[in-house]
Structures are given as structure tokens and as C-alpha cells.
Design a binder for this molecule. Structure first.
Ligand SMILES: NC(=O)c1ccc[n+]([C@@H]2O[C@H](COP(=O)([O-])OP(=O)(O)OC[C@H]3O[C@@H](n4cnc5c(N)ncnc54)[C@H](OP(=O)(O)O)[C@@H]3O)[C@@H](O)[C@H]2O)c1
Length: 290
């Protein structure tokens, strides 16, 4: 049995779908059964689960030998995962696939690295997937700017980013869960090329057939605008720090791992915008906020 955490998320939902297609026994760990039922394929084996509630672990882990583990973005304290990692270690896992972040191995401050080190210490067989920036961020964080203002409002300067499609990360995770000996250790996952946000805006313009600009606000302007939109100051600071990695070219590295593991090229920015074109349609009558 394979347990998928974050099964309603960007990556987890496709990990779940990929495993269902392989017809392997799979269980989705979700915090809210009703909400998950509405979002996930009908008939999926669901179990209520909360990283913060150890009373939910036993049922979720019953008969489980492989796990897809992700860290919900709202949980920034790595210590909160200790009880679950201990439960995993005593379950005698064959494979733990952890969704980490590009460069984690060089950054002891990020919670992902703390989790990686804890997993290594517990000697759980693992694969650490370390992806670059998700293209799916354009569907979440940036979607309203694209639909309502035809703009990418990101303080990333002229730095290059090796964007990756979450569907490719999920496909690699499915491989790592179904054929563990093929995918193990730390794996840096990126798209096939690194683009600036200005180049990404050009791709959006070409595919959507309307001009999408890249306004490249300075971090202070971006921070004030995010606060105006109701985002908490602590999270605004995290966002600015994250975009600094783009700005200073720290998210520009390109690897060949998706092709090596999947035997095909990674999905491109063009593929992504084309596949989700309908979700980027223009919304009229919105208020300007900049
Ligand atoms: N975005 C990027 O560019 C990027 C790049 C590299 C790495 N990452 C990493 O990828 C991870 C995010 O992955 P994602 O985008 O697939 O996730 P996501 O779409 O943000 O989904 C979050 C998931 O967390 C689950 N969750 C929230 N609170 C929970 C709790 N207390 N217990 C159990 N589950 C809980 C939610 O499940 P319910 O619906 O059941 O509540 C949901 O499935 C983060 O660790 C992030 O740092 C992101």
C-alpha cells in the first residue's frame, strides 16, 4: 500500500492519479474527507490525516510500505514532523519519497533540509525530490495578476529560473514509488531551460494571444502591494526572500534528471500555458491595484 500525503495539492494530486493509473493499492491522506471527496477521483481510498495529530497516523499507515511525503507550505517548523517521521521509521518502509526543494542540500535553514536530515538519521530508505519553481505558481499566486491586469507582478529582476511543471515532479515521484531502486537519494528536478520572467511573459503573450507584461516591481513595492492584498507581513517577507533566489540567479540551474528518469523531455512553459489556457482568460471589470 502506498500512502500519498498532500493528495489534494499541486504535486500530490497527480502522484495519486499516476498511481491509480498503475492500479497499485494507494491511500490518500487528507485533512478533510468531504473537501477531498469533492476534489479527488471518485472511489479513491481516503483516510483523514493531520501531521499535527498523531492519533491519525495508525489508520493512515496501516499496511503501508511506501509513502509520498510533502511539507504543507503553512507548516514551517520542521520539528512538527518528528512524530510522523518516527511513526514512518517504525513502519519499516521500503521507500519514502519526500518533496523537498532545489538547493536544499546547501541550505540548512530551510525546513526541507531539516526534514531530509531527520529522514537520513532515521535510516528510512528514501528519494529526495528537489524541484525548482513550479509553473503551477502561475495558477495560484500569479493567476489574478495575469487574468485581471495582464501582468506578472513578481520582484524577480532579470534572474533566470528553471521552472518545472508539477506534473513532471509527480511523474518522477510515481516512478520513485513504483520502482524504488531506479530513483533514490537526492534528485534535482528542473525544466529543460531557465527563463527570465520577461521571457515567461512573452510565452504567455504568444499562447494567450494578448499582451502579458512583466512589471518587475522592486521588493519594497511588491511587499506593500501584497500587504494591501491582505497577505500577512511574515509571509510577505518569505515571498520576497523566495523571489530573491530568482533575482540573484539561484534558481537558474538546469538538470537532465526529468529526462533521465521519465525518458522524455520535461514539459515546457509553452506546454503549461497551452494546457491551462482557459484558466488564464482575461477577467473584465476588475479593479487596478498598482
Ligand atoms: N511552489 C514551488 O515553486 C515549490 C518549489 C519547490 C518546492 N516546493 C515545496 O512543495 C511543497 C508544496 O507542495 P504542493 O504545491 O504540491 O502543495 P499545495 O498545493 O500547497 O498543497 C498543500 C497540501 O498540504 C496538505 N496539508 C495542509 N495542512 C496539512 C496538515 N496539517 N496535515 C496534513 N496535510 C496537510 C493539504 O491537504 P488537505 O487539502 O487535505 O488539507 C494540501 O494537499 C512545499 O513544501 C514547498 O516548499 C514548492
Amino acid at each position: 500500500m502506498i500512502l500519498v500525503t498532500g493528495a489534494t495539492g499541486n504535486v500530490g494530486a497527480d502522484v495519486l492519479r499516476g498511481l491509480l493509473e498503475l492500479q497499485v493499492p494507494v491511500r490518500a491522506a487528507v485533512t478533510d474527507l468531504n473537501r477531498a471527496r469533492a476534489r479527488l477521483p471518485e472511489g479513491v481510498n481516503l483516510e483523514r490525516f493531520d501531521f499535527n495529530d498523531p492519533s491519525t497516523f495508525a489508520a493512515a499507515l496501516k499496511g503501508v510500505t511506501r509513502v509520498f511525503l510533502m511539507r504543507p507550505p503553512i507548516m514551517d517548523d520542521a520539528k512538527a514532523f518528528k512524530p510522523f517521521l518516527k511513526a514512518l521509521a517504525s513502519n519499516g518502509l521500503e521507500q519514502l519519497v519526500f518533496l523537498s526543494v532545489l538547493g536544499a542540500q546547501h541550505n540548512p535553514i530551510v525546513p526541507h533540509r531539516k526534514l531530509e536530515l531527520a529522514i537520513e538519521k532515521l535510516k528510512i530508505p528514501h528519494a529526495f525530490l528537489r524541484p525548482s519553481f513550479f509553473l503551477q505558481n502561475f495558477l495560484s499566486t500569479h493567476r489574478s495578476d495575469i487574468c485581471e491586469r495582464n501582468d506578472l507582478f513578481v520582484p524577480a529582476g532579470t534572474g533566470h529560473t528553471s521552472f518545472i511543471d508539477a506534473r513532471d515532479i509527480a511523474a518522477v515521484a510515481v516512478r520513485a514509488l513504483s520502482v524504488p531502486h531506479i530513483v533514490s537519494g537526492g534528485i534535482d528536478l528542473t525544466g529543460a531551460e531557465a527563463l527570465t520572467y520577461s521571457e515567461v511573459a512573452m510565452v504567455f503573450s504568444q499562447v494567450l494571444g494578448r499582451t502579458i507584461t512583466y512589471s518587475d516591481p522592486l521588493p519594497l513595492k511588491f511587499g506593500l502591494e501584497m500587504q494591501k492584498r491582505g497577505i500577512k507581513p511574515a509571509f510577505v517577507n518569505v515571498m520576497i526572500l523566495i523571489y530573491n533566489t530568482n533575482r540573484f540567479g539561484l534558481a537558474a540551474r538546469v538538470t537532465n534528471e526529468v529526462k533521465r528518469i521519465l525518458g522524455r523531455d520535461p514539459l515546457s512553459v509553452q506546454d503549461f500555458v497551452r494546457d491551462f489556457k482557459d484558466l488564464f482568460s482575461e477577467t473584465t471589470g476588475s479593479s487596478q491595484t498598482t
